[in-house]
Design a protein around this ligand. Structure first.
Ligand code: FES
Ligand SMILES: [Fe+2]
Length: 368
C-alpha cells in the first residue's frame, strides 16, 4: 500500500542531534508529492534569487523569470524603486512581458494590448468602454515581495514572508567583510542533472567529505584537515585554508588566496569565493528526478585582456562540477533502490546537511 504524505514526512526525526541523526529518507528525493509540497512551501515560500542587481541598475530595466511555476517580472521603476510582479495579464492571463530582459517605459500585453506602468498600474485597456463594475485601480499587475542583497535580487512569493534581512540572518554580516563588490559578472553556465535538487545540495554540504575522493585536483590546493563547517540561522559556511600545490597547474593558477569560502543559504543558493573569484550556484528542481544548476561566474578583472584566464578558471570549475554530476546521478539511482532508506551523518563533516534537512522538514511540516 502506498504510504501517505504525512507518514513520509513523519519518518524523519528533525529533533535528533547530529550524533544520532540520519539523513532525510530516500522517499523525500523520489516522491512527487514531496516535490509538490516543496514547490509550494520551499520555493514558493522562501526568498529566492531571481536576478543579478547589475541587470537592473537603471529605471525601466527589467528581467523576467519563473519561480515555482510562476512567471515573474522584476523592474526598476521611474522612481528608482525595484519592484516585482506576477507576469500574468489581468485580462485573460497571457504573459505580459515576453523578453528575458530589456528596458521599457510601459509593459504592453501582446494578446489584446492592455498596458501596465512600471509600478504595475493598469494604464490602458482598449475597447473596454461600457464594461460594468470594472475598476482599473484593482486590475494592475499583482505584486510580489522583492529585495536586493549584495549583487543578488530576491523574490518571495509568500506575501507574509519575513523581510529578506531576517531570512538571511547572520549571512549578511559574515559575507560583508569579504567585499563581494570587488568581483564582476563574467559568464553564466547552466547544467541539467538527472537527480533531485536536494542531492546536489547535500553533495555541496558534506563538509569536504567527498573532496579527497572525487576532486583530486581541487583537494591539492585545500588544507583538508583544517576545513571548517559552521552553521548559523539558515546558512552554512564551509571554509578551508589554501596551500600551494603542483598537482594541477590550472587549478593552482586559478584557485588562490588565503582561504576558500563556501557559503550556502537555505534552501538552494551557494556563493563560492577565492581571491579575485566568485561563482554562485542556484539549484532549481525540474521534476522530482531532475534539476537545473545555474552557475554565474564573477572575476575581479573582466576586461578582454583577462578573458582567457577567466575561461581557464571556468574550465577548472566545470571539471569539478562534472565530477559532482556523475556522483549525484549515481546517488539518485541509489535512492530509488529498495535497499536504501536513509543514511547516517559524519559528525566531523556533515553538519551542513543536518541543518539543511532540519530546515526543510520544518518548512514541509508547516506546509502540511
Ligand atoms: S490577455 Fe492581456 S490583454 Fe488580453
Ligand atoms: Fe564536489
Amino acid at each position: 500500500m502506498e504510504r501517505s504524505l504525512q507518514e513520509i514526512l513523519q519518518s524523519y526525526n528533525d529533533r535528533s542531534p547530529l550524533e544520532e541523526a540520519s539523513t532525510i529518507p530516500a522517499s523525500w528525493y523520489v516522491d512527487e508529492r514531496v516535490a509538490a509540497l516543496e514547490r509550494q512551501f520551499v520555493f514558493g515560500g522562501t526568498w529566492q534569487v531571481v536576478a543579478r542587481a547589475e541587470q537592473v541598475p537603471e529605471s525601466g530595466q527589467f528581467v523576467t523569470t519563473e519561480l515555482a511555476g510562476e512567471p515573474l517580472v522584476v523592474v526598476r521603476g521611474a522612481d528608482g524603486q525595484l519592484r516585482g510582479f506576477y507576469n500574468v495579464c489581468r485580462h485573460h492571463a497571457a504573459t505580459v512581458v515576453t523578453e528575458a530582459s530589456g528596458t521599457a517605459s510601459i509593459f504592453r500585453c501582446p494578446y489584446h494590448g492592455w498596458s501596465y506602468g512600471l509600478e504595475g498600474a493598469l494604464k490602458g485597456a482598449p475597447e473596454f468602454e461600457g464594461v460594468c463594475n470594472f475598476d482599473r485601480g484593482q486590475n494592475g499587475l499583482v505584486p510580489v515581495q522583492v529585495a536586493a542583497w549584495e549583487q543578488f535580487v530576491f523574490v518571495n512569493l509568500d506575501e507574509r514572508g519575513a523581510p529578506l534581512a531576517e531570512f538571511l540572518g547572520g549571512l549578511a554580516g559574515r559575507v560583508a567583510p569579504l567585499n563581494l563588490s570587488q568581483v564582476h559578472f563574467f559568464e553564466r553556465r547552466t547544467y541539467t542533472l538527472n537527480c533531485n535538487w536536494k542531492v546536489f545540495v547535500d553533495n555541496y554540504l558534506d563538509g569536504g567529505y567527498h573532496v579527497p575522493h572525487l576532486h583530486k585536483a581541487l583537494n591539492s590546493v585545500l588544507d583538508y584537515k583544517q576545513y571548517t563547517i559552521e552553521n548559523e540561522d539558515r546558512y552554512c559556511l564551509q571554509s578551508s585554508p589554501m596551500v600551494a600545490s603542483e598537482v594541477d597547474a590550472a587549478t593552482s593558477a586559478t584557485r588562490q588566496g588565503e582561504r576558500a569560502w563556501y557559503f550556502w543559504q537555505y534552501p538552494n543558493f551557494m556563493i563560492n569565493l577565492y581571491a579575485g573569484y566568485m561563482d554562485t550556484n542556484l539549484v532549481l528542481p525540474d521534476g522530482v528526478d531532475r534539476c537545473k544548476v545555474i552557475f554565474d561566474f564573477y572575476f575581479d578583472n573582466v576586461s578582454e585582456a583577462a578573458a582567457e584566464k577567466n575561461r581557464q578558471s571556468i574550465a577548472v570549475g566545470e571539471r569539478v562540477n562534472d565530477e559532482d554530476v556523475g556522483i549525484c546521478e549515481s546517488v539518485q539511482r541509489g535512492l530509488h533502490s529498495r535497499a536504501y532508506q536513509a543514511g547516517r551523518l559524519s559528525v566531523r563533516r556533515e553538519a551542513g546537511e543536518h541543518l539543511f534537512h532540519r530546515l526543510l522538514a520544518e518548512d514541509l511540516k508547516r506546509g502540511m
